[in-house]
Design a protein around this ligand. Sequence first.
Ligand code: UDP
Length: 468
Amino acid sequence: MAKTSNIAIVSSPGYTHLVPIIEFSKRLINHHPNFHVTCIVPSFGPPPESSKAYLKTLPSNIHSILLPPINKDQLPQDVHPVFLIQLTTTLSLPSIHEVLESLCSKAPLTALVVDVFAFKALEFAKEFNALSYFYFPSSAMALSLLAHAPKLDEEVSGEFKDLSEPINFPGCVPIMGVDLPDPAQNRSSEIYEHFLERAKAIVTADGILINTFLEMEPGAVRALEEFGNGKFKLYPVGPITQKGSGNEVDESDECLRWLEKQPSNSVLYVSFGSGGTLSQHQINELAWGLELSGQRFLWVLRAPNSSASAAYLEAAKEDPLEFLPRGFLERTKEKGLVVASWAPQVQVLGHSSVGGFLSHCGWNSTLESVQEGVPLITWPLFAEQRMNAVMLSDGLKVALRPTFNDDGIVEKEEIAKVINSLMDAEIGQGIRERMRTLRDSAADALKDGSSTHTLSQLANHWESFNGI
Ligand code: UDP
């Protein structure tokens, strides 16, 4: 019988960091069944229903361990969500260590893979004689920023957002400082300090697994491989999403039933990820913009909040539909459907009635749209989403980017204009064609192309480390 290689994976809290790392584990054991994965999941509070339901669907050779929630009394007040995610994993270090100790008392550990926000757990790899890896759940462009951040920090004085020229990360589309992720927007802040700490930590691992694929970001991937030469090895294993992961589809779902009745490619899907929120003013403008466009839409609506990432770790309790402009639902009932807080996004994007996606450009949403060949309207809110938006619109040219006014609002006329351009058969044609080409290369990468080859290389390396 083949010897089993044991892999431990540490995710960070939040559904959208949990899913890709577990989907990676599923892909690993599907292709290489002699691996056993233990996924250690830090918790901010009681885990959300979506995470609990998801963890119940795992195959027998992936074992998940939900760690006890952290003691919130130890948290500072008014913390940025990014910092909260990192703090949760840091406060969970003793429990992570305990689980690893117990695992290693039964069988040797081949590799420890940690989400980038759980980077402090990587130090345990040495103690347990395991290889060490980061799982980077975003783009090669975002990783380029992290890789070059220490040098950028030395060379640039003042805030990046005040730079008059774009920054050129090797192999990436040029980006203005104002489009860098939140932690890089205020260099005297604590989240910037932690961002630099993560940047310095990534080069200490044996390798970095990244959820992108060579054909989507060839320049950035090759430049990172060169950069890593001798320091770390890069493994682009994506796109890893829930598409085709065998999770059941609920055919009775309201969104899917409604989509069945719409013409092919006619619906704009509107969603801001697992926790993105808009202000009341912006909800009104978006509603009026959708109405003005006259296009069909499926909108996943969340209650307003002045902080765009407010619902990321803890969902709001109010009924979001109450925050729509008066009479909106009645006036648009022939054209649109608004659902509260959640839709089965992977199935929605895969439905033939969907022809466009107005998205906050979270990396999972981006990859899901790419896998289904659905062109995008980019509406970044927080984290590295502005960077993803720049790559999609200026770099890959598979998206349109609306203009925000000086108050940070996209006005209804602009919304209607950009929606009509994307959905228009002629204007949107080039964008649609490029997105279809990207979809095909994503499918090839996962079938027997670059990402499958990379995964095999990694698995062989792990097996040989284990003496199989
Ligand atoms: N998602 C979903 N239904 C929703 C909203 C989000 O299934 O109504 C899923 C989506 O398919 C994606 C994830 O949640 O896998 C969102 O991840 P992303 O990285 O795009 O954004 P984040 O939530 O991290 O901001």
